[in-house]
Design a protein around this ligand. Structure first.
Ligand code: C2E
Ligand code: MG
Ligand code: MG
Ligand code: MG
Length: 278
């Protein structure tokens, strides 16, 4: 299928690239209908304090495609961000997470917080604050149990806008977290110039803390920097008891990872609330 215009020249055609591109285009088109077809859902990964008390959960998006099966958010979120589908999907995520938070409160679990991942595009181009306020009102919630997680990507946008959004959210009592800290754009001055409440240490830093002293030192440094900015610290990607104990010794505040619990369906999370020992 390749033609060359020079006689005798070879054209290299990268088939893998072609297949990747076709899949991307397909996913992008089908993201249009995913929500109407009820293929999107949220799962909830429990978050614990140092005494292993459940303090809340992070809502994570799942796409169960009719033909292709489960597609990872690592694959479809960037596509949805490029095309702008993330704006509508993101609104749905906030609404759905608030609805679930309402259910937890109705079950008497008023102490639990709900963390929601927010794309930089929702903040830059979409009325994130208005959407959040509408959803809180719709379900009769105050803002103080909602945590919005943003990645370092927001620092590449207009910082004035970011600060303004953070200020309005904080007036609503909504807390904000800087997610996956340390893997991308961060600079310490950015972190100081925007008022976050929580810093989430990326799991790539947690992975080696037990056997690798340098990895551990890096976590210690991130933690002490966060504390000097009065941020709460959550560690993600805790896969072993040794991870957990090392991070507890560092005085990390909150813990999340497969060792403690995988993300759970809404029904399974309810089960956990009803019978915590299960
Ligand atoms: P994230 O916000 O950093 O979420 C944590 C990811 O780590 C989740 O992957 C979770 O399942 C995974 N994880 C949790 N514990 C462990 C562990 O112990 N070991 C390992 N290896 N992984 C663990 P997931 O659900 O695949 O989500 C990937 C990313 O997709 C999220 O990273 C987040 O950036 C993005 N994402 C997910 N849901 C949404 C959403 O509703 N909106 C937006 N904008 N992004 C989302
Ligand atoms: Mg997150
Ligand atoms: Mg994270
Ligand atoms: Mg991460």
């Amino acid at each position: 299928r390749t033609k060359t215009n020079q006689k005798g020249a070879f054209a290299f055609y990268n088939l893998d690239y072609d297949i990747d591109l076709q899949r991307k285009l397909r996913l992008n088109t089908e993201l249009n209908f995913a929500n109407d077809r009820h293929e999107l859902s949220l799962v909830f990964q429990p978050i614990f304090d140092r005494n292993r008390k459940l303090t809340g959960a992070e809502a994570l998006l799942r796409w169960n495609h009719g033909e292709l099966g489960f597609i990872s958010p690592e694959e479809f979120i960037p596509i949805a961000e490029d095309s702008g589908h993330i704006l509508q999907i993101g609104d749905w995520v906030i609404d759905s997470a608030c609805q679930t938070l309402r259910d937890w409160q109705d079950m008497g679990h008023t102490e639990l917080s709900m963390s929601v991942n927010i794309s930089y595009r929702q903040l830059a181009e979409h009325a994130l604050v208005d959407v959040t306020r509408l959803c809180l009102d719709k379900y009769g919630l105050t803002g103080d149990k909602l945590i919005l997680e943003l990645t370092e990507r927001v620092f590449a946008d207009d910082l004035t806008l970011v600060r303004e959004n953070m200020r309005m959210l904080s007036e609503m009592g909504v807390r904000t977290a800087i997610d996956d800290f340390g893997i991308a754009y961060s600079s310490l001055s950015y972190l100081r110039s925007v008022n976050f409440d929580i810093l989430k240490i990326d799991r790539s830093f947690v992975k080696d803390i037990v056997q690798d002293q340098e990895a551990k030192n890096l976590c210690l440094a991130i933690h002490s920097m966060a504390k000097s900015l009065s941020l709460q610290v959550t560690a993600e990607g805790i896969e072993t008891e040794a991870h957990l104990n090392t991070l507890i010794d560092m005085n990390v505040d909150k813990f999340q990872g497969y060792y403690l619990s995988k993300p759970l369906t809404k029904a399974d999370f309810h089960e956990l609330l009803v019978s915590p020992q299960a």
